[in-house]
Design a protein around this ligand. Structure first.
Ligand SMILES: Nc1ncnc2c1ncn2[C@@H]1O[C@H](COP(=O)(O)OP(=O)(O)OP(=O)(O)O)[C@@H](O)[C@H]1O
Ligand SMILES: [Mg+2]
Length: 346
């Protein structure tokens, strides 16, 4: 019955007012989430935002102190077994045995989950190859690099294709190449029908992979929507121009200010300008219209534009606009959360 609820709404996860407190610290402070099935849903937030705590409640590893959460229509507290049968989790916790080899880990998992010796060996080999771990397969996992370790973790968590996979910061600390490999894996997993809830501190990661994103900060959802919606919430976009003649830049600047009703930045390159378009009626069409009108005016004024692009603001700008501080780890000299926690304790 509850299972049908999940299916009929097409939601893999639905939470309402979800709360987890540790003493006076409200690590998760009333989170409402609706995660459509069959997509990657990004949960973006800085250190200590409450991402892991939220994931642990959804994966039935931690009991909520308030609110409700359903996974495919099953209550995470009252129907924890049903939830467990459909989810898998990897990320900031150990899931594989360090002393076993890559192959041994996957074969063991296959055997533990009821597969024959032969089927387990086959599946292990298949996954190790797909994850680029064939050479590392006979080595103990404790000797793996960070990127290899992350890949074997994910391989272990999708050995039995779960309906919902939690990936808790799957690429934190990885080099760009390893991150790209993990991203490819995530895309492949979703293409096979699994829903992925991905937590990340990296805006570009959420941007690359997720259909929808929730930005969380200090236990609360501070923004939610598609990437486009989030980006347009801070402005309609930015027009980048490169002129043929540097001498025309002051004229171009004046003209753009008027035509776009926007702040115009002169870039270090003497030929380049950027204009940030304000959120008039809040949709991208308006931005594109304004930009093309501005281009026409430049042409009429005899200003030659060699290069032009209209881009949406980055998720970094979104986070900055929402929180007044950068999202990038280590981007803040002092951690404003410390103050917040002290206030909560007082
Ligand atoms: N077991 C625990 N006991 C006490 N406090 C905890 C516990 N787990 C988490 N917290 C606190 O809850 C808050 C949220 O932590 P959480 O691990 O969920 O953040 P996060 O978003 O996953 O951060 P990170 O990006 O660093 O992994 C933090 O203030 C953290 O110190
Ligand atoms: Mg975490």
């Amino acid at each position: 019955m509850s299972n049908q609820t999940g299916r009929s709404t097409g939601l893999a996860i639905e939470t309402a007012g979800l709360v987890k407190t540790f003493g006076a610290n409200r690590a998760v402070d009333g989170i409402d989430l609706s995660v459509p099935a069959g997509t990657v849903y990004g949960v973006l937030g800085p250190n200590g935002a409450g991402k892991t705590t939220a994931v642990k409640m959804l994966a039935t590893l931690l009991r909520p102190d308030g609110g409700e959460a359903h996974v495919f229509g099953h209550d995470v507290v009252r129907e924890a077994d049903a939830v467990r049968s459909r989810v898998s989790l990897t990320g900031q916790y150990a899931s594989v045995d360090e002393d076993l080899t890559g192959t041994e880990n996957l074969v063991l998992l296959g055997r533990l989950t009821g597969h024959s010796k032969r089927a387990s060996a086959q599946r292990a080999e298949q996954l190790l190859e797909a994850f680029g771990l064939t050479d590392a397969a006979p080595r103990q996992v404790k000797n793996y690099s960070g990127g290899m370790r992350r890949r074997i973790d994910i391989a272990a968590s999708i050995l039995n294709t779960p309906d919902l996979l939690f990936l808790d910061e799957p690429t934190t600390g990885l080099d760009p190449r390893s991150r790209n490999q993990v991203w490819d894996i995530v895309r492949a997993v979703v293409a096979q029908g699994t829903t992925v809830l991905l937590t990340t501190q990296y805006l570009d990661e959420a941007d690359q992979l997720s259909a929808r994103i929730a930005v969380i900060d200090q236990g609360k959802v501070i923004a939610e929507g598609t990437k486009g919606e989030l980006k347009s919430s801070v402005g309609a976009g930015a027009v980048h121009l490169r002129l043929r003649d540097a001498e025309q830049r002051p004229d171009a600047e004046e003209l753009l200010k008027g035509a776009l009703d926007a702040q115009v930045l002169l870039e270090a390159d003497p030929l380049a300008l950027t204009a940030r378009i304000a959120n008039g009626d809040g949709n991208g069409t308006a931005a594109a219209e304004k930009a093309s009108r501005a281009l026409a005016e430049l042409a009429r004024a005899g200003i030659t534009v060699d290069n032009f692009s209209l881009g949406q603001p980055s998720l970094d700008e979104v986070f900055l606009a929402l929180t007044d501080r950068p999202a990038t780890p280590g981007g803040t000299p002092t951690d404003p959360r410390d103050d917040a926690q002290e206030e909560a304790l007082a």
